[in-house]
Design a protein around this ligand. Structure first.
Ligand SMILES: Cc1ncc(COP(=O)(O)O)c(C=O)c1O
Length: 413
């Protein structure tokens, strides 16, 4: 998003807000596809950002949906159920029932336990529908089935009339930047799939693997993503399993398309430290790996003067301050602590970030805010408004898809 675009619409759009750039989302998915083996399917884990579902549904193969709410959002957007992977550790019976009874049941349901498998199977039988199920293999936590239970389900139900067991789902965590760890996981899953063939004559046709691909959020991080994805692709090609591989990804698909905008509302020097208070806060911007706000994300600043002069003052717009990381400021830069609007000492967005001259009215842009920030923050804390949400379309137009929403009604009797 150009500074010009930002300047023109922040005039009227109250901060804090998010903008999600759908053109960037398209580019991101195309990039991932170009780096991964051709046969591999992409499944977008919508929990990362539900505002970009409509565009994502056009450009990925499947959507992983983890709750009745996410299901209803996809339904409201008329996403075809043939793209749905209905997932989640707590699938309520009525939710399963209505999803299976639907004219067009989801492409896949995941089973997170033996009980859940039976709930799915009973419902399929009740509605006389044959459904496709992926059994989630646990990675050693509360999610998925224990390997022995999974083998037992397959032994007993691999030829079931109501449930076609299509294969296995496996996800162990996010922000995984170790190829060694990814290899260990793929080796493990590959062995399990081979054992299933040997011991139960069961050939899975699909592996749905949550890669947890990493995103670089902070200044100074060096990550050669193309080389990483090339190595990862080799790991996939080396597997004994030759069925369909679906990569279930949230963060790595969504992060780059989002920017969070918040405005400086107060400045002060307390005990020798510079503080800027912004109208957003830690309840709205979450960078995985941020610890006590010590790391520096790649913040950009648009000075209040530039914002006032709007786009017709091209010179001023071009002069809008751009702090692409620490050290990018002029010699006069001083360290600022950027704090949010919450009444908690923890509401630090970043500590000691160098700005030349931070002023009330300046807009701070936090990039790579497309994944999880808008859905994961502790948004109701302190009854502050939910930020507005805007989509930057591929034709350059910006459309508001959510106003700021007051939250006091959620926090009162
Ligand atoms: C089952 C499952 N799949 C996929 C994802 C997406 O992970 P990421 O955002 O790291 O790609 C998650 C995230 O929690 C998940 O729980």
């Amino acid at each position: 998003m150009t500074d010009e675009q930002i300047l023109s619409f922040t005039k009227n759009a109250p901060t804090p807000l998010y903008v999600f750039d759908l053109g960037e989302l398209e580019k991101r998915v195309a990039f991932l596809r170009s780096c991964l083996p051709e046969k591999v399917e992409l499944c977008y884990a919508v929990k990362a950002n539900t505002f970009i579902i409509e565009k994502a549904a056009e450009i990925v193969d499947l959507l992983e949906i983890c709750s009745p709410g996410e299901y209803r959002i996809c339904d409201r957007l008329s996403v075809p159920h043939s793209k749905f992977v209905v997932s989640g550790v707590n699938k309520q019976a009525d939710f399963i029932d209505s999803a299976i009874a639907s004219d067009e049941p989801a492409a896949y349901f995941t089973a997170e336990s033996v009980n859940q498998f039976h709930m799915l199977r009973d419902s399929a039988e009740k509605h006389h529908k044959r459904i496709s199920v992926l059994l989630r293999l646990t990675s050693g936590n509360q999610f998925g089935l224990d390997k022995d239970d999974l083998f037992d389900v397959i032994a007993r139900y691999k030829d079931d009339p109501w449930v076609g067991i299509t294969g296995i789902q496996y996800f162990s965590g996010t922000q995984k930047n170790s190829l060694k760890k990814l290899k260990r996981e793929l080796d493990y899953v590959d062995t399990v799939l081979s054992e299933l063939l040997e011991k139960h004559s069961y050939a899975a046709s699909k592996l749905e693997y949550g890669t947890g691909f990493p995103v670089s959020y902070f200044d100074g991080e060096t990550f050669d993503e193309s080389a990483f994805l090339e190595e990862f692709s080799k790991l996939l090609s080396d597997m004994t399993f030759k069925g369909m591989i679906t990569l279930e990804i949230g963060r790595s698909i969504a992060a780059s398309c989002g920017t969070y905008l918040t405005r400086v509302v107060d400045t002060k020097v307390n005990c020798g430290e510079r503080y800027a208070i912004v109208d957003g806060g830690m309840h709205q911007i979450v960078y995985y790996g941020q610890f006590m706000a010590m790391k520096h994300p790649k913040i950009r600043r648009i000075a209040a003067g530039a914002a006032e002069s709007e786009t017709h003052d091209a010179e001023n717009a071009a002069a809008a301050d751009c702090n692409c990381g620490a050290g990018a400021e002029s010699a006069a830069a001083a360290d600022w602590n950027i704090c949010g609007s919450l009444c908690t000492i923890n509401d630090f967005l970043v500590k000691k970030f160098p700005f030349a001259d931070l002023r009330i009215g300046d807009i701070l842009l936090f990039p790579s805010a497309g994944a999880y920030c808008v859905t994961e923050g502790i948004a109701l804390f302190l009854s502050r408004e939910l930020p507005g949400v805007y989509l930057l379309d591929t034709d350059g137009s910006i459309r508001k898809v959510r106003d700021q929403i007051p939250t006091e009604k959620f926090n009162s009797t």
